[in-house]
Design a protein around this ligand. Structure first.
Ligand code: SLL
Length: 244
């Protein structure tokens, strides 16, 4: 997804050739209720979106709307603060639409994610028990292209963000006081009651490293282009280099 262009005041100025990404995980954890199961409430489940490393996502997300099956009372559920999750009980599996709404300096558009709630374990994973839940998670990355300066400055030291190091030529003001990472009210999911069931995306770790490396290369290309244009005294691509 990309951010829309806006008229430029200082902080809404867009940073060209820059991408900021946020690795996320969304999914469901479902427990069978065993003896407590009734016809319409056989399982208790939780649907959520979390930082891939359990970081607080409220730095970008303002609100999450979970759209449930119409058989639920008030099937549109709005969550305005972290952790962005919803717990329910029910009897059947269905697709949950998870809509992410971002803060105004991040992105105007909502992002819809689709997750199939799974209550029943596959045949090969043994009989249903009340102890071991059925966990289905998806790893993804939200990529913001050409972020505003304000957004960049706000998240550049945030643990949930993958932010490129910009060449000095970008000339941004220094970051404000370090993003109260430790002091502020915690909205992460590190000590979440269900965290023992969260999956570790080791493959995702590799992807994170690849994404970070790609951003470094991009920043390097920007720097080299600028150096080249200074040497030529002309914008690159407008003239072949002379005097070989
Ligand atoms: C199915 N197509 O037939 C799916 C629909 C709907 C599940 C599943 C409601 C619980 C409640 C509930 O669990 N609906 O009434 O509170 O399997």
């Amino acid at each position: 997804m990309t951010t829309g262009k806006k008229s430029s005041s200082h902080s809404s100025k867009k940073l060209k050739d820059v991408e900021i990404s946020f690795p996320i995980v969304y999914g469901t954890i479902a427990f069978w209720l065993g003896k407590k199961a009734s016809e319409y409430h056989s399982h208790k489940w939780t649907v959520y979106v979390r930082g891939a490393g359990n970081e607080d996502l409220s730095v970008i997300i303002k609100r999450v709307v979970f759209q449930l099956h119409p058989s639920f009372n008030n099937p549109t559920r709005v969550v305005e603060s972290p952790p962005f999750e919803l717990s329910e009980s029910g009897w059947g599996e269905f697709e949950i639409v998870i809509s992410l709404f971002f803060h105004s300096d991040v992105c105007d558009k909502q992002l819809d994610l689709y997750h199939q709630l799974k209550l029943y374990p596959d045949d090969d994973s043994g009989p249903q028990t009340t102890k071991k839940p059925v966990v289905i998670e998806t790893y993804d990355e939200i990529v913001f292209s050409e972020p505003s300066e304000a957004f960049f400055l706000r998240v550049q030291n945030h643990p949930a963000a993958i932010v490129p190091r910009l060449p000095a030529s970008f000339n941004l003001p220094p970051p404000g006081p370090p993003e109260h990472v430790n002091e502020r009210k915690r909205g992460d999911t590190k000590d979440h009651p269900l965290s023992q069931w969260f999956m570790n995306f080791s493959e995702a770790d590799e992807l994170l490293k690849l994404a970070a490396a790609r951003q470094q290369v991009q920043a390097h290309i920007v720097k080299l282009r600028r150096q080249l244009s200074m040497i030529d005294g002309l914008p690159p691509q407008s003239k072949a280099p002379s005097g070989q």
